[in-house]
Design a protein around this ligand. Structure first.
Ligand code: ZN
Length: 370
């Protein structure tokens, strides 16, 4: 009798130890989950910033292309103006030479020394200053020379203006190039940050998977010894996250199968998994992912106890292998309403919720909606 008592108290102590162990694991699990979610958010933010920088780079590239076109047009204008200037200078020079010839002829018999000084003038201006003293210089020649000089000056001015615009465009181009370099550096920094976050995220997710597996093992051990589920007809509403869908089974312990290709888990199961499997103890509440109308709520062969909700716009959600169903076909349900509990009915290897999302009758990845 005494011996039995001792054994029982020992067993009780062990159960308490186990409970504490599970609690510690759960808090570490939550912390790791939170860290993974924070890293995911940081990565998302960094990716958004990178996208915004990339858009800036694109806009700079467009500006560069535009300014390059303008520079080329301005270069053509400059070339044309230079040709015009050369032509004006040729005409000015022709007039000057003709004028000198006529003056030379007129003074052939006059003061040869003075004429020679005059004709040795280095510039037209110099010549005109000296020619001021020659009263017989033809009025016509002077007027013509003035006119040609005015044209040259005008063209020179125009060319200077074009040159100024051209230089300004060059400055703008230089600014764009340095801006481009600056933004490119920022993009590289962002990429390094994203890759660092990726590596941290990888480590954290690996740790998370380990902890989830440990927690699931502990949960299985506990549920084996627990008394079983007491039906309650549906609890209160629970909404988690801020996605289109609330999580249909926030009490799950781990994801036992993702959407898409997988190894065949049990005979008769598909290798192309049409939903997501959330492993959870029997009796864990299942919530409507969004508001809608129940279009099916009954036992259905491999799917076991199954509920399908129509959310409108071609979107439906289906909950399979339920233990208890709290809704019936035709009933309206709210987002997060407790509609069933997790079970292992139909073709199932253990208690879990198979959560399937269909858009226009085609199964889609439920993760897109959380
Ligand atoms: Zn499944």
């Amino acid at each position: 009798m005494i011996r039995t008592k001792r054994i029982m108290s020992l067993a009780l102590t062990c159960t308490m130890c186990l409970g504490l162990g599970i609690q510690a694991d759960a808090s570490e699990l939550n912390e790791t989950r939170e860290k993974a979610s924070q890293l995911q958010n940081q990565k998302k933010a960094a990716e958004d910033e990178k996208a915004s920088l990339a858009a800036q780079l694109e806009s700079i590239a467009a500006d560069m292309e535009e300014i390059q076109k303008n520079i080329e047009a301005k270069e053509e204008e400059l070339t044309a103006k230079e040709e015009e200037l050369v032509q004006a200078k040729v005409e000015e020079n022709n007039q000057y030479e003709d004028m000198k010839k006529r003056i030379k002829y007129m003074y052939e018999n006059g003061n040869v020394q003075f004429i020679e000084i005059l004709l040795e003038s280095q510039t037209i201006a110099d010549f005109l200053n000296k020619a001021e003293y020659i009263s017989t210089i033809s009025e016509y020649d002077r007027d013509m020379l003035d006119e040609f000089q005015a044209v040259v000056e005008d063209v020179e001015q125009q060319e200077a203006e074009i040159q100024k615009e051209y230089d300004e465009m060059g400055d703008m181009q230089d600014e764009l190039i340095s801006k481009q370099e600056e933004v490119s550096t920022l993009v590289s920094e962002k990429e390094a940050q994203i890759s660092e976050l990726d590596s941290q995220l990888g480590d954290t997710n690996a740790k998370l998977a380990e902890l989830e597996e440990a927690a699931a093992a502990a949960q299985r051990k506990q549920s084996e010894s627990s008394s079983g589920y007491v039906p309650n007809g549906g609890g209160g509403s629970v909404i988690t996250g801020n996605g289109t869908f609330t999580h249909p089974c926030p009490g799950y312990t781990y994801i036992s199968s993702y959407f898409g290709y997988r190894e065949q888990p049990i005979p008769g199961a598909s290798t192309n998994h049409k939903g997501m499997d959330f492993a959870a103890g029997t009796g864990t509440p299942i919530y409507a992912a969004a508001s809608g109308t129940v279009v099916f709520a009954a036992y259905s062969g491999n799917a076991g106890n199954m509920i399908t909700i129509n959310h409108g716009n071609g979107l439906t959600t289906t909950y399979m292998h339920c233990n208890q169903i709290f809704v019936s076909s035709g009933q309206s349900v709210g987002k997060g309403q407790n509609i069933a509990t997790v079970g292992s009915t139909g073709n199932s290897s253990g208690p879990h919720l198979h959560f399937q999302v269909e858009q226009g009758g085609v199964p889609v990845n439920p993760q897109n909606y959380f």
